[in-house]
Design a binder for this molecule. Structure first.
Ligand SMILES: [Zn+2]
Ligand SMILES: [Zn+2]
Length: 342
């Protein structure tokens, strides 16, 4: 019997014909990486391959690694497999990975979202026989409003706080979400301060030519009174931590797809929740899957059992793949911060 194009081992998604892994979670010799989030780009591999736009962040996070790059759409041969990267629209540089062996095409989505965010290379559907898809938000309740509407809400919240001289502290994932907010917020409202972890990623992305408005890094000697009405981009874990005290009685908010769930919104130490995700919503997942033309769908990363059943009902050969990807894990399962004591 012929080997499948991709299979799952205890180290990750493996291609026997090319002897490589995609986003492996244990150290391997050759790792193809979809994007720089920590559940996909892990340390310890002998060789890495990513898009040139994803490589700087991966290097920033993992240090001195051996990484080669391959442009979107370019094909390379690894063993008996032909490999290419295609925009996933998730964060800058993020890719779906297409693997072709003897005329059979499999695509691994990595994390993706189907609507443009004004910063990441927009998602491109890729035809495939089999599609390995994430389904972080694979329930009908997750249906995103257009980005411009959410950003209008963010701007209105910031503007109202600024008018009263209050800081607006917005928690967001340091790679991707924070820069997406930066790229789309109305920077004329006031100064923008950033947590060090956010600013470090800003620096990497600016160095590769991405346009972000000016930001000021929050250092221990920064006096928040010098920046009345500022927007403060914080990491999720800084929100509600002692780091916040310097901003006085600030208004707090959190931007995540999980904010669509009232229970999670309530547990967050934030006054406001903005529903903004870098993952596809329910309609996005379904549209992306249809556009691949694939009959076999392997689901991972989220509401896998519900989503698999739904796809099977739609006539797909749908299976669950057990992976160690974590979705917007930092949003979902990170220990909840202590409530702010103003
Ligand atoms: Zn990701
Ligand atoms: Zn992920």
């Amino acid at each position: 019997m012929r080997q499948p194009v991709l299979t799952v081992t205890d180290r990750g998604i493996y291609c026997p014909a090319g002897d490589f892994f995609i986003d492996p979670w244990r150290p391997v010799d050759r790792a193809l990486i979809t994007h720089g989030h920590s559940d996909h780009a892990r340390p310890g591999h002998a060789r890495y391959l990513s898009t040139p736009a994803a490589a700087p962040v991966i290097r920033h996070r993992l240090g001195d690694i051996r990484i080669a790059t391959q442009l979107y759409g370019e094909q390379s041969k690894i063993g008996d497999a032909t490999v290419s990267f295609h925009p996933a629209g998730h964060v800058p540089g993020s890719a779906q990975i297409r693997v072709e062996v003897a005329g059979e095409v499999w695509v691994v989505s990595g994390d993706y979202k189907t609507t443009p965010d004004g910063l990441s290379e927009p998602f491109e559907p890729v035809r495939a026989h089999a599609f390995v898809t994430e389904c972080t938000f694979g329930l009908p309740v997750f249906t995103w409003r257009p980005q411009f509407e959410v950003m209008a809400d963010v701007n209105a919240w910031w503007r109202a706080n600024a008018a009263e001289g209050r800081a607006s502290v917005l928690g967001a994932y340091a790679l991707g979400k924070a820069q997406r907010l930066l790229a789309n917020v109305d920077a004329s409202i006031g100064p923008i301060l950033t947590h060090g972890a956010v600013e470090a990623v800003n620096a990497v992305l600016r160095a590769q030519g991405l346009a972000l408005p000016p930001t000021i890094r929050v250092t221990p000697d920064l006096d928040a009174h010098d920046y009345p009405g500022a927007l403060v981009l914080a990491t999720p874990s800084a929100l509600g931590s002692p780091w916040m005290r310097r901003f006085g009685p600030a208004s707090t908010a959190f931007a995540s797809g999980w904010m669509a769930l009232r229970g999670i919104r309530r547990r967050r130490a934030a006054d406001r929740g903005f529903v903004l995700s870098d993952h596809a919503d329910w309609p996005g997942l379904n549209a992306a899957i249809r556009e691949t033309g694939a009959e076999t769908i392997l689901v991972t990363h989220g509401y896998t059992s519900v989503f698999r059943r739904w796809l099977a009902e739609q006539g797909f050969d749908a299976r669950i793949v057990e992976t160690e990807f974590e979705g917007e894990a930092i949003d979902a399962s990170e220990p909840e911060p202590e409530p702010t004591t103003p």
